[in-house]
Ligand binder design. Structure first.
Ligand code: ADP
Ligand code: MG
Length: 320
């Protein structure tokens, strides 16, 4: 059973950044407005996330790290139209199978917080916390040394973690984020609007030659920023696509964007964008991979056309 849970965990918990992503999504699902992230040794030794979200009550806390414990879906029908980031109830269980986790949380209205440490099944104990939830993950893969060997150097794992924070922070400009690594502040993002958040993460030059994208066709909507910065820094590392709030890597979208940019890339210009596609959740399958950066559209041709035209039109417009 331990082996099964550790194997299943491998799907979700590839590296520290995948743990971080799951924990950040939980904080967002909890309605947090400020999230503090502390990492040590690239996130392998410690990932600590404090949020000011709704918290977890005592009974739910005891269940949270068990498989398929989710407060987010009540039926199969919900699963089809999932609005929250998490919905499988697998993340905390998977993380608990390969690392030591501690949850401290105070539900709104509770007289004090509760803390659940160590093995799943342990009983919550009273704790001190003003509000929200603190999740601590220590010693990733302490019990699976073979996996630990596949982790990269501290700097590489940290870079993946920082990227995970940026992806989420771009989609949630109304949430403040702080990221520290080995005690040093690495990223400090106050609450902002989408433009200022993009500039804070992608650099001011990202906005220097940027067009607002705002298109709708039936149930499809595309919003965000499409830019043509002159600096190579933007090559590849400033291309962010989201589907219903989730960061995705998708061939259909990438192709539509490549085509939309094709005519515009004269001189030394680079495609840089941060785009949010919204559509009926039933029109897209997010279950392709547990890490959930892949999606499958039911009607990919319609998506391709819509995105191509929306971005091409935005790029053709004069700067504004
Ligand atoms: P999922 O997000 O798919 O429901 P998880 O394993 O990530 O599954 O989390 C299990 C449950 O623990 C969640 O459904 C939620 O009820 C609770 N939970 C986890 N993290 C938080 C948090 N930061 N704030 C509030 N509740 C949380
Ligand atoms: Mg989750």
């Amino acid at each position: 059973d331990l082996l099964i849970s550790q194997t299943a965990a491998g799907e979700v918990v590839e590296r520290p950044a995948s743990v971080l992503k799951e924990l950040l999504e939980n904080a967002i699902d909890a309605g947090a407005t400020a999230v503090q992230i502390a990492l040590e040794e690239g996130g392998v030794k410690l990932i600590r996330i404090a949020d000011d979200g709704c918290g977890i009550d005592r009974d739910q806390l005891a269940l949270a790290p068990t498989r398929h414990a989710t407060s987010k879906i009540a039926s199969l029908e919900d699963l089809e139209r999932v609005a929250t980031m998490g919905f499988r109830g697998e993340a905390l269980a998977s993380i608990a199978a390969v690392a030591r986790i501690t949850l401290t949380s105070r539900a709104a209205g509770a007289p004090h917080a509760w803390r659940l440490a160590g093995e799943p099944g342990a009983a919550p104990e009273p704790a001190a916390l003003i509000a929200g939830t603190v999740v601590e993950m220590r010693d990733l893969y302490y019990n699976t040394p073979a996996r630990r060997k596949f982790l990269k150097a501290e700097g590489t794992e940290f870079a993946h973690c920082a990227e995970a924070v940026k992806r989420i922070a771009l989609a949630h400009p109304g949430i403040a984020f702080t990221l520290t690594h080995n005690g040093r502040v690495s990223l400090q993002l106050p609450r902002a609007d989408a433009r200022r958040r993009a500039a804070a993460i992608l650099g001011d030059d990202f906005l220097a030659d940027a067009r607002e994208v705002a298109a709708a066709a039936g149930p499809l909507r595309l919003s965000g920023i499409a830019a043509l910065p002159a600096h190579a820094r933007a090559r590849g590392d400033a291309q962010y696509c989201y589907v219903n709030g989730r960061f995705v890597r998708d061939k259909v979208l990438a192709h539509a964007l490549r085509e939309a940019y094709q005519d515009m890339l004269h001189g030394s210009r680079y495609p840089a964008y941060c785009l949010f596609l919204e559509l009926d959740p039933a029109a897209v399958d997010v279950n392709v991979h547990p890490a959930k950066t892949e999606v499958r559209f039911r009607d990919s041709r319609a998506i391709h056309q819509f995105v191509y035209h929306a971005v091409n039109k935005a790029l053709s417009a004069p700067l504004g």
